[in-house]
Design a protein around this ligand. Sequence first.
Ligand code: NAD
Length: 490
Amino acid sequence: MAVATEREYGLHIGGESVEPASGEIRDLTEPATGAPLARAAMAGEADVDRAVAAAREALDGAWAKTPPTERSRLLHALADAIAANRKELAELESRNVGKAISSVKAELFQAVENFRFYASAIASIAGRSNPVGGSLLFYSLKEPVGVAGQIVPWNYPLMMATWKLSPALAAGCTVVLKPDPATPLTALRLGELATEVGFPPGVVNVVPGDGPTTGAYLVRHPGVDKVAFTGSTRTGGEIMRLCSEPIKRLTLELGGKSPNILFADADLADAIPSAAWSVFYAAGQSCEARSRVLVEAPVYDDVVAQLADAAGRIKVGDPLDPETQMGSLISTAHRDRVHGYVETGQGEGAEVVTGGAPGAGAGAFYPPTVLAKVNGEMTVAQEEIFGPVVTVIPFEDERDAARIANDVRYGLFATVWTKDSAKGHRLARRIKAGTVGINMPYTAFPGIPFGGYKQSGFGRELGLETLELYLETKSVIHSTSPKPFNPFGL
Ligand code: NAD
Protein backbone atom coordinates (compact mmCIF):
# COMPACT_ATOMS: atom_id res chain seq x y z
CA MET A 1 0.00 0.00 0.00
CA ALA A 2 3.09 2.28 -0.09
CA VAL A 3 1.38 5.51 0.91
CA ALA A 4 4.44 7.52 1.74
CA THR A 5 7.30 6.75 -0.56
CA GLU A 6 6.51 9.08 -3.42
CA ARG A 7 5.45 12.01 -1.36
CA GLU A 8 7.28 15.14 -0.24
CA TYR A 9 5.80 16.72 2.88
CA GLY A 10 5.85 20.50 3.37
CA LEU A 11 5.52 22.36 6.66
CA HIS A 12 1.96 23.03 7.78
CA ILE A 13 1.65 26.76 8.46
CA GLY A 14 -1.43 28.99 8.29
CA GLY A 15 -3.63 26.16 7.02
CA GLU A 16 -1.36 25.35 4.08
CA SER A 17 1.43 23.03 3.18
CA VAL A 18 4.35 25.38 2.55
CA GLU A 19 7.95 25.18 1.42
CA PRO A 20 10.44 25.75 4.20
CA ALA A 21 12.19 29.11 4.23
CA SER A 22 15.13 27.06 5.51
CA GLY A 23 15.18 25.30 2.11
CA GLU A 24 15.82 22.02 3.87
CA ILE A 25 14.05 18.89 2.67
CA ARG A 26 15.24 15.79 4.52
CA ASP A 27 15.18 12.17 3.34
CA LEU A 28 13.48 9.88 5.83
CA THR A 29 14.20 6.17 5.98
CA GLU A 30 12.28 3.25 7.44
CA PRO A 31 14.04 2.09 10.59
CA ALA A 32 12.90 -1.49 10.08
CA THR A 33 14.55 -1.80 6.66
CA GLY A 34 16.85 1.17 6.14
CA ALA A 35 14.96 1.85 2.86
CA PRO A 36 13.88 5.39 1.81
CA LEU A 37 10.42 6.34 3.04
CA ALA A 38 9.59 9.95 2.19
CA ARG A 39 11.00 13.46 2.04
CA ALA A 40 9.94 16.05 4.57
CA ALA A 41 10.57 19.76 4.98
CA MET A 42 12.46 20.86 8.09
CA ALA A 43 11.69 24.18 9.71
CA GLY A 44 14.29 26.76 10.58
CA GLU A 45 13.95 29.95 12.64
CA ALA A 46 12.17 31.93 9.88
CA ASP A 47 9.62 29.12 9.58
CA VAL A 48 8.98 29.17 13.32
CA ASP A 49 8.50 32.95 13.06
CA ARG A 50 5.90 32.39 10.33
CA ALA A 51 4.12 29.65 12.27
CA VAL A 52 3.98 31.70 15.48
CA ALA A 53 2.68 34.72 13.54
CA ALA A 54 -0.04 32.56 11.95
CA ALA A 55 -0.97 31.14 15.37
CA ARG A 56 -1.11 34.63 16.90
CA GLU A 57 -3.27 35.97 14.09
CA ALA A 58 -5.72 33.07 14.47
CA LEU A 59 -5.73 33.48 18.25
CA ASP A 60 -6.71 37.13 18.02
CA GLY A 61 -8.98 36.61 15.00
CA ALA A 62 -11.04 33.69 13.75
CA TRP A 63 -10.33 31.36 16.68
CA ALA A 64 -11.22 33.99 19.27
CA LYS A 65 -14.59 34.37 17.55
CA THR A 66 -15.23 30.60 17.46
CA PRO A 67 -17.67 29.73 20.25
CA PRO A 68 -17.04 26.68 22.47
CA THR A 69 -19.80 24.66 20.81
CA GLU A 70 -18.12 25.15 17.44
CA ARG A 71 -14.70 24.25 18.89
CA SER A 72 -16.30 21.07 20.18
CA ARG A 73 -17.80 20.29 16.77
CA LEU A 74 -14.41 20.79 15.12
CA LEU A 75 -12.68 18.47 17.61
CA HIS A 76 -15.28 15.80 16.85
CA ALA A 77 -14.78 16.41 13.11
CA LEU A 78 -11.03 15.91 13.51
CA ALA A 79 -11.71 12.68 15.44
CA ASP A 80 -13.92 11.54 12.54
CA ALA A 81 -11.21 12.46 10.02
CA ILE A 82 -8.57 10.45 11.93
CA ALA A 83 -10.92 7.47 11.98
CA ALA A 84 -11.70 7.85 8.27
CA ASN A 85 -7.97 8.06 7.39
CA ARG A 86 -6.82 5.44 9.87
CA LYS A 87 -5.35 3.05 7.29
CA GLU A 88 -3.10 5.72 5.81
CA LEU A 89 -2.14 7.09 9.24
CA ALA A 90 -1.41 3.61 10.60
CA GLU A 91 0.87 2.73 7.73
CA LEU A 92 2.66 6.07 7.87
CA GLU A 93 3.28 5.75 11.59
CA SER A 94 4.30 2.12 11.41
CA ARG A 95 6.79 2.69 8.60
CA ASN A 96 8.15 5.94 10.01
CA VAL A 97 8.70 4.61 13.55
CA GLY A 98 9.27 0.90 12.80
CA LYS A 99 6.47 0.08 15.22
CA ALA A 100 4.19 -2.96 14.83
CA ILE A 101 1.06 -1.93 12.97
CA SER A 102 -1.07 -3.84 15.50
CA SER A 103 0.20 -1.42 18.19
CA VAL A 104 -0.30 1.61 15.98
CA LYS A 105 -3.93 0.64 15.37
CA ALA A 106 -4.57 0.65 19.12
CA GLU A 107 -2.88 4.05 19.38
CA LEU A 108 -5.03 5.42 16.57
CA PHE A 109 -8.13 4.34 18.41
CA GLN A 110 -6.92 6.34 21.40
CA ALA A 111 -6.05 9.31 19.21
CA VAL A 112 -9.68 9.45 18.10
CA GLU A 113 -10.94 9.10 21.66
CA ASN A 114 -8.68 11.92 22.89
CA PHE A 115 -10.32 14.39 20.57
CA ARG A 116 -13.76 13.13 21.53
CA PHE A 117 -12.98 13.42 25.24
CA TYR A 118 -11.83 17.03 24.94
CA ALA A 119 -14.69 17.86 22.57
CA SER A 120 -16.97 17.00 25.50
CA ALA A 121 -14.68 18.44 28.15
CA ILE A 122 -15.13 21.90 26.66
CA ALA A 123 -18.45 21.96 28.53
CA SER A 124 -16.50 21.96 31.82
CA ILE A 125 -14.65 25.20 31.06
CA ALA A 126 -16.34 27.77 33.24
CA GLY A 127 -15.44 30.44 35.74
CA ARG A 128 -17.22 30.71 39.08
CA SER A 129 -18.86 33.24 41.27
CA ASN A 130 -18.98 33.09 45.03
CA PRO A 131 -19.94 35.47 47.83
CA VAL A 132 -16.92 37.42 49.08
CA GLY A 133 -18.75 39.57 51.61
CA GLY A 134 -19.92 43.16 51.69
CA SER A 135 -20.99 44.69 48.46
CA LEU A 136 -18.39 42.99 46.29
CA LEU A 137 -19.49 40.92 43.38
CA PHE A 138 -16.83 38.49 42.18
CA TYR A 139 -16.71 36.22 39.19
CA SER A 140 -13.88 34.53 37.32
CA LEU A 141 -13.29 34.06 33.63
CA LYS A 142 -11.37 31.23 31.98
CA GLU A 143 -9.32 32.47 29.06
CA PRO A 144 -6.96 30.58 26.74
CA VAL A 145 -3.30 30.99 27.71
CA GLY A 146 -2.55 31.99 24.11
CA VAL A 147 -0.16 30.45 21.59
CA ALA A 148 1.09 27.06 22.74
CA GLY A 149 4.48 25.77 21.56
CA GLN A 150 4.33 21.98 21.78
CA ILE A 151 7.29 19.64 21.33
CA VAL A 152 6.89 15.87 20.99
CA PRO A 153 9.30 12.92 20.66
CA TRP A 154 9.63 10.13 18.10
CA ASN A 155 8.25 7.17 20.01
CA TYR A 156 4.51 7.92 19.64
CA PRO A 157 4.46 10.77 17.10
CA LEU A 158 0.74 10.65 16.33
CA MET A 159 -0.53 9.85 19.80
CA MET A 160 1.71 12.44 21.46
CA ALA A 161 0.48 15.03 18.95
CA THR A 162 -3.12 14.21 19.82
CA TRP A 163 -2.39 14.28 23.57
CA LYS A 164 -0.98 17.76 23.12
CA LEU A 165 -3.33 19.25 20.54
CA SER A 166 -6.68 18.16 21.92
CA PRO A 167 -6.65 19.96 25.30
CA ALA A 168 -4.97 23.05 23.85
CA LEU A 169 -7.57 23.42 21.12
CA ALA A 170 -10.42 22.67 23.52
CA ALA A 171 -9.17 25.48 25.77
CA GLY A 172 -9.15 27.91 22.82
CA CYS A 173 -5.38 28.12 22.35
CA THR A 174 -3.66 28.01 18.99
CA VAL A 175 -0.70 25.72 18.49
CA VAL A 176 2.72 25.47 16.92
CA LEU A 177 3.62 21.79 17.16
CA LYS A 178 7.19 20.61 16.62
CA PRO A 179 7.50 16.88 15.97
CA ASP A 180 10.81 15.08 16.10
CA PRO A 181 12.66 15.52 12.78
CA ALA A 182 12.87 11.74 12.29
CA THR A 183 9.12 11.14 12.64
CA PRO A 184 7.12 14.10 11.32
CA LEU A 185 4.75 12.39 8.88
CA THR A 186 1.61 11.66 10.89
CA ALA A 187 1.76 15.01 12.70
CA LEU A 188 1.99 16.81 9.35
CA ARG A 189 -0.95 14.75 8.08
CA LEU A 190 -2.88 15.65 11.23
CA GLY A 191 -2.29 19.34 10.48
CA GLU A 192 -3.69 18.84 6.98
CA LEU A 193 -6.73 17.02 8.35
CA ALA A 194 -7.37 19.84 10.82
CA THR A 195 -7.50 22.28 7.92
CA GLU A 196 -9.67 19.94 5.84
CA VAL A 197 -12.31 19.65 8.58
CA GLY A 198 -12.52 23.42 8.99
CA PHE A 199 -10.14 24.61 11.71
CA PRO A 200 -9.38 28.25 10.80
CA PRO A 201 -5.93 28.77 9.20
CA GLY A 202 -3.19 29.20 11.79
CA VAL A 203 -4.94 27.33 14.64
CA VAL A 204 -2.81 24.21 14.06
CA ASN A 205 0.72 24.65 12.68
CA VAL A 206 3.22 21.81 12.38
CA VAL A 207 6.94 22.55 12.01
CA PRO A 208 9.29 19.56 12.27
CA GLY A 209 12.89 20.45 12.94
CA ASP A 210 15.95 19.74 15.02
CA GLY A 211 15.55 20.11 18.77
CA PRO A 212 18.55 22.16 19.88
CA THR A 213 18.02 24.71 17.07
CA THR A 214 14.41 24.88 15.82
CA GLY A 215 12.92 23.44 19.03
CA ALA A 216 14.90 25.76 21.30
CA TYR A 217 14.00 28.74 19.11
CA LEU A 218 10.29 27.87 19.41
CA VAL A 219 10.61 27.59 23.21
CA ARG A 220 12.34 30.98 23.47
CA HIS A 221 10.04 32.70 20.97
CA PRO A 222 8.43 35.79 22.52
CA GLY A 223 5.20 35.03 20.64
CA VAL A 224 4.79 31.72 22.47
CA ASP A 225 2.88 31.93 25.77
CA LYS A 226 3.04 28.34 26.94
CA VAL A 227 5.35 25.43 26.26
CA ALA A 228 4.29 21.79 26.57
CA PHE A 229 7.09 19.29 26.18
CA THR A 230 7.31 15.52 26.04
CA GLY A 231 10.76 14.01 25.83
CA SER A 232 13.79 13.15 27.87
CA THR A 233 14.47 14.48 31.35
CA ARG A 234 17.74 16.01 30.18
CA THR A 235 16.02 18.05 27.43
CA GLY A 236 13.20 18.91 29.84
CA GLY A 237 15.75 20.56 32.14
CA GLU A 238 17.14 22.58 29.25
CA ILE A 239 13.64 23.68 28.24
CA MET A 240 12.92 24.76 31.80
CA ARG A 241 15.94 27.03 31.64
CA LEU A 242 14.83 28.42 28.26
CA CYS A 243 11.38 29.14 29.68
CA SER A 244 12.76 31.32 32.46
CA GLU A 245 13.37 34.37 30.33
CA PRO A 246 10.85 35.64 29.44
CA ILE A 247 8.87 33.57 31.95
CA LYS A 248 6.55 31.11 30.27
CA ARG A 249 3.99 28.61 31.40
CA LEU A 250 5.46 25.13 31.10
CA THR A 251 4.49 21.50 31.44
CA LEU A 252 6.94 18.62 31.15
CA GLU A 253 6.25 14.95 30.48
CA LEU A 254 9.61 13.27 30.85
CA GLY A 255 11.27 9.92 31.23
CA GLY A 256 10.55 6.98 33.50
CA LYS A 257 11.94 3.81 35.03
CA SER A 258 8.65 2.38 36.12
CA PRO A 259 8.29 -0.69 38.33
CA ASN A 260 6.06 -3.71 37.85
CA ILE A 261 5.71 -5.23 41.32
CA LEU A 262 4.81 -8.92 41.47
CA PHE A 263 3.89 -10.30 44.88
CA ALA A 264 4.04 -14.04 45.48
CA ASP A 265 0.26 -14.09 45.93
CA ALA A 266 -0.36 -12.59 42.45
CA ASP A 267 -2.08 -14.43 39.65
CA LEU A 268 1.19 -15.09 37.85
CA ALA A 269 -0.59 -16.50 34.79
CA ASP A 270 -1.92 -12.97 34.25
CA ALA A 271 0.93 -10.93 35.76
CA ILE A 272 3.78 -12.43 33.72
CA PRO A 273 2.40 -12.02 30.17
CA SER A 274 1.17 -8.59 31.23
CA ALA A 275 4.65 -7.73 32.53
CA ALA A 276 6.11 -8.79 29.16
CA TRP A 277 3.62 -6.57 27.32
CA SER A 278 4.24 -3.69 29.74
CA VAL A 279 7.90 -3.44 28.78
CA PHE A 280 8.11 -4.86 25.26
CA TYR A 281 5.19 -2.91 23.79
CA ALA A 282 6.66 -0.41 21.30
CA ALA A 283 9.97 -2.25 21.73
CA GLY A 284 10.37 -0.67 25.15
CA GLN A 285 10.46 2.82 23.69
CA SER A 286 7.73 4.08 26.00
CA CYS A 287 8.07 6.57 28.81
CA GLU A 288 5.87 4.38 31.01
CA ALA A 289 7.51 1.05 30.05
CA ARG A 290 7.59 -1.02 33.23
CA SER A 291 11.27 -1.71 32.73
CA ARG A 292 11.94 -2.91 36.28
CA VAL A 293 10.11 -6.04 37.35
CA LEU A 294 10.29 -6.33 41.14
CA VAL A 295 9.54 -9.86 42.32
CA GLU A 296 8.88 -11.16 45.83
CA ALA A 297 11.84 -13.41 46.65
CA PRO A 298 10.08 -16.82 46.96
CA VAL A 299 8.85 -16.67 43.34
CA TYR A 300 11.84 -14.83 41.83
CA ASP A 301 13.42 -17.76 39.94
CA ASP A 302 10.06 -18.95 38.69
CA VAL A 303 9.12 -15.46 37.43
CA VAL A 304 12.49 -14.95 35.71
CA ALA A 305 12.08 -18.26 33.86
CA GLN A 306 8.48 -17.59 32.85
CA LEU A 307 9.18 -13.98 31.83
CA ALA A 308 12.10 -15.10 29.67
CA ASP A 309 9.88 -17.73 28.08
CA ALA A 310 7.16 -15.13 27.37
CA ALA A 311 9.76 -12.69 25.97
CA GLY A 312 11.08 -15.39 23.65
CA ARG A 313 7.61 -15.99 22.23
CA ILE A 314 6.94 -12.36 21.24
CA LYS A 315 6.63 -12.09 17.45
CA VAL A 316 9.33 -9.67 16.32
CA GLY A 317 9.55 -8.63 12.68
CA ASP A 318 8.11 -6.64 9.79
CA PRO A 319 6.14 -3.79 11.36
CA LEU A 320 3.51 -3.98 8.60
CA ASP A 321 2.76 -7.67 9.19
CA PRO A 322 -0.46 -7.75 11.24
CA GLU A 323 0.89 -10.71 13.24
CA THR A 324 3.97 -8.77 14.39
CA GLN A 325 3.93 -7.78 18.06
CA MET A 326 7.24 -5.91 18.21
CA GLY A 327 8.87 -4.02 15.33
CA SER A 328 12.27 -2.39 15.15
CA LEU A 329 13.81 0.35 17.26
CA ILE A 330 13.87 3.89 15.92
CA SER A 331 17.42 3.68 14.48
CA THR A 332 20.52 1.55 14.46
CA ALA A 333 22.27 4.23 16.54
CA HIS A 334 19.58 3.86 19.22
CA ARG A 335 19.83 0.05 18.99
CA ASP A 336 23.56 0.32 19.69
CA ARG A 337 22.86 2.54 22.73
CA VAL A 338 20.41 -0.04 24.04
CA HIS A 339 22.94 -2.81 23.56
CA GLY A 340 25.55 -0.70 25.34
CA TYR A 341 23.28 -0.71 28.41
CA VAL A 342 22.99 -4.51 28.26
CA GLU A 343 26.78 -4.78 28.18
CA THR A 344 27.05 -2.35 31.09
CA GLY A 345 24.55 -4.47 33.02
CA GLN A 346 26.58 -7.62 32.37
CA GLY A 347 29.69 -5.80 33.49
CA GLU A 348 27.92 -4.96 36.77
CA GLY A 349 26.91 -8.57 37.35
CA ALA A 350 23.52 -8.91 35.63
CA GLU A 351 22.76 -12.10 33.74
CA VAL A 352 21.20 -12.11 30.27
CA VAL A 353 18.50 -14.78 30.45
CA THR A 354 17.15 -14.21 26.95
CA GLY A 355 17.95 -11.80 24.09
CA GLY A 356 20.90 -9.50 24.55
CA ALA A 357 22.34 -9.46 21.01
CA PRO A 358 21.46 -6.98 18.24
CA GLY A 359 19.67 -8.36 15.17
CA ALA A 360 21.64 -8.72 11.94
CA GLY A 361 20.80 -6.76 8.77
CA ALA A 362 19.96 -3.16 7.98
CA GLY A 363 16.88 -2.95 10.24
CA ALA A 364 17.23 -1.59 13.79
CA PHE A 365 16.04 -4.77 15.51
CA TYR A 366 16.83 -5.79 19.05
CA PRO A 367 15.26 -8.85 20.71
CA PRO A 368 13.18 -8.79 23.90
CA THR A 369 15.84 -9.06 26.59
CA VAL A 370 15.54 -10.18 30.20
CA LEU A 371 18.26 -9.30 32.71
CA ALA A 372 18.25 -11.22 36.00
CA LYS A 373 20.46 -10.99 39.10
CA VAL A 374 19.90 -7.25 39.07
CA ASN A 375 19.94 -5.08 42.18
CA GLY A 376 18.40 -1.64 42.52
CA GLU A 377 21.73 0.20 42.41
CA MET A 378 22.92 -1.05 39.02
CA THR A 379 22.97 1.32 36.04
CA VAL A 380 20.41 -0.85 34.22
CA ALA A 381 18.07 -0.53 37.22
CA GLN A 382 18.44 3.25 37.47
CA GLU A 383 18.67 4.65 33.93
CA GLU A 384 16.00 4.73 31.26
CA ILE A 385 17.22 2.28 28.59
CA PHE A 386 14.30 3.03 26.27
CA GLY A 387 14.54 -0.31 24.52
CA PRO A 388 13.26 -3.90 24.91
CA VAL A 389 15.26 -4.65 28.02
CA VAL A 390 13.75 -5.54 31.38
CA THR A 391 15.61 -5.83 34.67
CA VAL A 392 14.26 -8.29 37.23
CA ILE A 393 14.96 -7.38 40.87
CA PRO A 394 14.02 -9.40 43.98
CA PHE A 395 12.37 -7.88 47.08
CA GLU A 396 11.63 -9.19 50.56
CA ASP A 397 8.33 -7.67 51.63
CA GLU A 398 5.89 -4.82 51.04
CA ARG A 399 8.13 -2.18 52.58
CA ASP A 400 11.14 -3.37 50.61
CA ALA A 401 9.11 -3.34 47.38
CA ALA A 402 8.05 0.28 47.95
CA ARG A 403 11.62 1.27 48.85
CA ILE A 404 13.07 -0.20 45.64
CA ALA A 405 10.18 1.12 43.55
CA ASN A 406 10.82 4.66 44.81
CA ASP A 407 14.61 4.48 44.71
CA VAL A 408 14.98 6.05 41.24
CA ARG A 409 14.86 9.66 40.13
CA TYR A 410 11.69 9.03 38.09
CA GLY A 411 8.07 8.63 39.16
CA LEU A 412 5.84 8.20 36.15
CA PHE A 413 3.99 4.93 36.56
CA ALA A 414 3.85 1.73 38.61
CA THR A 415 1.95 -1.51 38.35
CA VAL A 416 1.23 -3.82 41.29
CA TRP A 417 0.11 -7.44 41.08
CA THR A 418 -1.42 -9.08 44.16
CA LYS A 419 -4.62 -10.90 45.06
CA ASP A 420 -4.73 -8.90 48.31
CA SER A 421 -6.45 -5.70 47.22
CA ALA A 422 -5.77 -3.94 50.55
CA LYS A 423 -2.05 -4.52 49.94
CA GLY A 424 -2.45 -3.16 46.41
CA HIS A 425 -4.00 0.03 47.71
CA ARG A 426 -1.38 0.41 50.47
CA LEU A 427 1.32 0.19 47.79
CA ALA A 428 -0.56 2.69 45.63
CA ARG A 429 -0.25 5.23 48.46
CA ARG A 430 3.41 4.48 49.17
CA ILE A 431 4.67 4.66 45.62
CA LYS A 432 5.71 8.06 44.31
CA ALA A 433 4.35 7.92 40.78
CA GLY A 434 1.74 9.79 38.77
CA THR A 435 -0.30 6.64 38.16
CA VAL A 436 -0.46 3.26 39.88
CA GLY A 437 -2.20 0.33 38.19
CA ILE A 438 -3.36 -2.62 40.28
CA ASN A 439 -3.70 -5.99 38.51
CA MET A 440 -3.95 -4.15 35.19
CA PRO A 441 -1.16 -3.42 32.69
CA TYR A 442 -2.68 -0.56 30.69
CA THR A 443 -1.58 3.00 31.22
CA ALA A 444 -3.29 5.75 29.27
CA PHE A 445 -6.98 6.47 29.11
CA PRO A 446 -8.68 9.64 27.87
CA GLY A 447 -10.09 11.24 31.02
CA ILE A 448 -7.56 9.76 33.49
CA PRO A 449 -4.72 12.17 34.36
CA PHE A 450 -1.29 10.96 33.23
CA GLY A 451 2.02 12.49 34.25
CA GLY A 452 4.99 12.38 36.50
CA TYR A 453 6.25 12.77 40.04
CA LYS A 454 9.88 13.74 40.61
CA GLN A 455 12.02 13.95 37.46
CA SER A 456 9.31 12.46 35.29
CA GLY A 457 8.03 16.01 35.01
CA PHE A 458 5.02 18.05 36.08
CA GLY A 459 1.59 18.78 34.75
CA ARG A 460 -0.89 16.14 33.67
CA GLU A 461 -2.12 15.00 30.27
CA LEU A 462 -5.37 13.33 29.22
CA GLY A 463 -7.43 14.61 32.16
CA LEU A 464 -9.79 17.48 32.85
CA GLU A 465 -6.88 18.92 34.86
CA THR A 466 -4.99 19.32 31.58
CA LEU A 467 -7.41 21.98 30.41
CA GLU A 468 -6.37 24.16 33.34
CA LEU A 469 -2.80 24.12 32.00
CA TYR A 470 -4.02 25.87 28.85
CA LEU A 471 -6.25 28.37 30.65
CA GLU A 472 -5.70 31.54 32.62
CA THR A 473 -8.08 32.43 35.44
CA LYS A 474 -9.09 36.07 35.49
CA SER A 475 -10.88 37.41 38.56
CA VAL A 476 -13.35 40.24 38.07
CA ILE A 477 -14.42 42.17 41.17
CA HIS A 478 -17.14 44.79 41.11
CA SER A 479 -18.44 46.96 43.94
CA THR A 480 -22.20 47.17 44.00
CA SER A 481 -22.18 49.71 46.87
CA PRO A 482 -23.22 53.31 46.16
CA LYS A 483 -20.76 54.45 48.88
CA PRO A 484 -17.50 55.98 47.56
CA PHE A 485 -14.26 54.27 48.66
CA ASN A 486 -11.73 57.11 48.86
CA PRO A 487 -9.29 54.93 50.91
CA PHE A 488 -6.90 57.80 51.72
CA GLY A 489 -9.82 59.99 52.79
CA LEU A 490 -8.66 62.68 50.35
P1 NAD B 1 14.41 14.24 23.40
O1 NAD B 1 14.26 15.01 24.65
O2 NAD B 1 15.74 14.05 22.83
O3 NAD B 1 13.52 14.86 22.22
C1 NAD B 1 12.15 15.12 22.38
C2 NAD B 1 11.77 16.29 21.51
O4 NAD B 1 12.45 17.45 21.95
C3 NAD B 1 12.11 16.14 20.02
O5 NAD B 1 11.10 16.76 19.25
C4 NAD B 1 13.41 16.94 19.91
O6 NAD B 1 13.62 17.42 18.60
C5 NAD B 1 13.15 18.06 20.88
N1 NAD B 1 14.33 18.70 21.45
C6 NAD B 1 15.55 18.16 21.69
N2 NAD B 1 16.38 19.08 22.24
C7 NAD B 1 15.68 20.23 22.35
C8 NAD B 1 15.98 21.54 22.84
N3 NAD B 1 17.18 21.85 23.33
N4 NAD B 1 15.01 22.48 22.81
C9 NAD B 1 13.78 22.18 22.33
N5 NAD B 1 13.44 20.98 21.83
C10 NAD B 1 14.37 20.00 21.86
O7 NAD B 1 13.71 12.87 23.72
P2 NAD B 1 13.67 11.56 22.83
O8 NAD B 1 14.85 10.75 23.18
O9 NAD B 1 13.42 11.91 21.43
O10 NAD B 1 12.33 10.90 23.39
C11 NAD B 1 12.35 9.92 24.32
C12 NAD B 1 12.07 10.49 25.70
O11 NAD B 1 10.74 10.98 25.79
C13 NAD B 1 12.20 9.44 26.75
O12 NAD B 1 12.93 9.91 27.84
C14 NAD B 1 10.76 9.17 27.15
O13 NAD B 1 10.61 8.66 28.43
C15 NAD B 1 10.13 10.50 26.97
N6 NAD B 1 8.68 10.39 26.81
C16 NAD B 1 7.88 10.80 27.85
C17 NAD B 1 6.51 10.68 27.75
C18 NAD B 1 5.62 11.11 28.89
O14 NAD B 1 4.43 11.30 28.68
N7 NAD B 1 6.15 11.30 30.08
C19 NAD B 1 5.94 10.15 26.60
C20 NAD B 1 6.77 9.75 25.57
C21 NAD B 1 8.16 9.88 25.69
